[in-house]
Design a protein around this ligand. Structure first.
Ligand code: C5P
Length: 228
């Protein structure tokens, strides 16, 4: 299981300050999401690599559009040299296949994950949108993504094992909403600890606020890495 740190701080300086504290950790996964990417763009990705060129970048932009527009965007993302990015499974099988076909023409491509159900959804909130059971629909989304040739899915830790059972044990699961040692859940509804993620064969845990809001982020990362 790998740790992926969500860099969602309010300024580029704060994000880079946090990363500088963590520069000794080779091959650490860094998640760059809407906030940071919209504000700081590809220069931010370059700054991350300058701190430690072995850092792996997960660009969390959750694409959702018509197939051709998604494939165009996916190609642009691949050209940024990131290691992983994501799209919404609810964009449909054709859109996901179109993205993978386009990327297959490139010499090197990033890993592609599909978002199943956002971890901020409660069962009720999910029903309002999809009129279906959250767990069942998550497995359906994962199967669709697997059939479309993606590398894995974004899901909650509670669904990870079920997804692997329904697809393949090598189909990756990345789980946000992790509160490593039971910290405050904030706006997340389906939070899980490291132990629960481990029990569910999760490949990547995403941790944001429990690290960057901690008074001692370096110690928190150290404790998490030891617990993995
Ligand atoms: O601060 P916290 O640990 O809750 O951060 C979780 C991160 O994972 C945020 O950047 C959020 O946008 C992202 N994310 C999520 N749920 C998903 C996909 C991504 O919480 N399904």
């Amino acid at each position: 299981m790998k740790l992926c740190i969500a860099l969602d701080l309010p300024t580029i300086d704060e994000n880079l300050k946090l990363l500088n504290k963590l520069k000794e950790y080779d091959n650490l996964w860094i998640k760059v999401g809407f906030r940071s990417y919209i504000r700081d763009g590809k220069e931010f990705l370059e700054e991350i690599r300058k701190i430690n060129y072995t850092f792996k970048i997960f660009l969390d932009l959750k694409l959702y559009d018509i197939p051709n527009t998604m494939a165009d965007a996916a190609e642009e993302i691949a050209n940024l040299g990131v290691d992983m990015f994501n799209i919404h499974a609810s964009s449909g099988k054709v859109a996901m296949q179109t993205v993978m076909e386009r990327l297959s023409k490139l010499e090197k491509r990033p890993l592609v994950l599909a978002v199943t159900a956002l971890t901020s959804f409660s069962e009720e909130g999910f029903q309002d949108i999809y009129n279906d059971n959250l767990n069942k629909k998550t497995i359906d989304f994962a199967k669709l993504s697997y059939e479309a040739g993606l590398d894995g899915v974004v899901c909650s830790a509670y669904e990870s094992q079920g997804i692997k059972d329904a697809t393949n044990c090598n189909f990756l699961t990345l789980t946000p909403g992790i509160r490593p040692f039971g910290e405050d859940s904030n706006d997340q509804k389906r939070v899980a600890t490291i132990d629960l993620a481990k029990d569910n064969s999760v490949d990547f845990i995403v941790v944001g606020r429990p690290i960057y809001k901690s008074s001692e982020p370096l110690l928190k990362v150290k404790n998490i890495l030891e617990a993995l």
